[in-house]
Design a binder for this molecule. Structure first.
Ligand SMILES: NC(=O)c1ccc[n+]([C@@H]2O[C@H](COP(=O)([O-])OP(=O)(O)OC[C@H]3O[C@@H](n4cnc5c(N)ncnc54)[C@H](OP(=O)(O)O)[C@@H]3O)[C@@H](O)[C@H]2O)c1
Length: 226
């Protein structure tokens, strides 16, 4: 499938690498291709400089967000939460009638750590994107999971852990579910329509606290029931 991954951070990198391994025709989106290829600052999360990462993945095509989305059937949004709505709105015509998997979180770091949520309780970033882009089939998923585990749940060896998804369109969720299964996910919980992305996004304060308390981002949630 022709897939655009919008985002050059650790989430975008994880998805393009995995999708490429799985044989998809994948393109990575960025604001400015030349600027991204010439970035000299290290990844904030301690990963490779972009250029070093790209040298290890020379087959990955890089395009502007607009061009990447235009030539693709499925879009993965792996964008900084504070700018995701603005960036997606700017390329709206190239997203119309397509499925968008939104992985972003509405994190506001403006008052330092821990971040707060700029959408919560009665709204969510997933809903904001769906409202702003009514012609796009938005599916919120994977936002509660570390990048490398998102694309390969077996990277977390222990336990039968889960991935959530939320969205208004059953056909879009079927496509996303197939993609998640191809990544190796077995426990996919369809929470319901896009309003349910409130709950998934509001797990982030807890997730960030657990990362601090447990000293690792390599964990995920497991649901135990009778
Ligand atoms: N890191 C994780 O493990 C993880 C796990 C679950 C969910 N998430 C969520 O996934 C999303 C992506 O996370 P990430 O860590 O891969 O990358 P990120 O640093 O949050 O976002 C990077 C992307 O956002 C774009 N961007 C545009 N304007 C920006 C601005 N003013 N400031 C910062 N970035 C801007 C960048 O564009 P350029 O390409 O032009 O630089 C880049 O493509 C986030 O919403 C995050 O909360 C992350």
């Amino acid at each position: 499938m022709k897939i655009a991954v919008l985002g050059t951070g650790m989430v975008g990198r994880a998805h393009v690498g995995r999708l490429s391994e799985l044989g998809h025709d994948v393109v990575m989106g960025t604001q400015d291709v030349e600027a991204t290829l010439n970035k000299s600052e290290p990844d904030p999360m301690g990963g490779d400089f972009f250029v070093t990462w790209h040298e290890k993945h020379p087959d990955i095509k890089l395009a502007t967000f607009a061009d990447a989305a235009k030539e693709s059937e499925l879009i993965i949004g792996a964008l900084n939460g504070q700018v995701t709505l603005k960036l997606l709105k700017a390329i709206e015509p190239n997203l119309s009638n397509k499925v968008l998997i939104d992985i972003s979180n509405p994190l506001d770091f403006s008052k330092g750590m821990p971040p707060s949520l700029f959408a919560c309780n009665t709204d969510s970033l997933g809903e904001q994107i769906q409202r702003a882009l009514p012609q796009v089939k938005v599916v919120k998923s994977l936002n509660t999971i570390s990048a490398d585990i998102q694309v390969c749940p077996k990277n977390l060896a222990k336990g039968n852990h889960v991935v959530f998804m939320s969205g208004n369109h059953a056909d879009a969720k079927a496509i996303v579910s197939d993609l998640l299964k191809s990544y190796g996910w077995q426990q996919i919980i369809d929470l319901g329509d896009i309003i349910t992305s409130r709950g998934a996004e509001m797990m982030m304060p807890m997730w960030l606290q657990l990362m601090k308390t447990e000293g690792t981002s390599r964990f995920n949630y497991q649901i135990i029931k009778d």
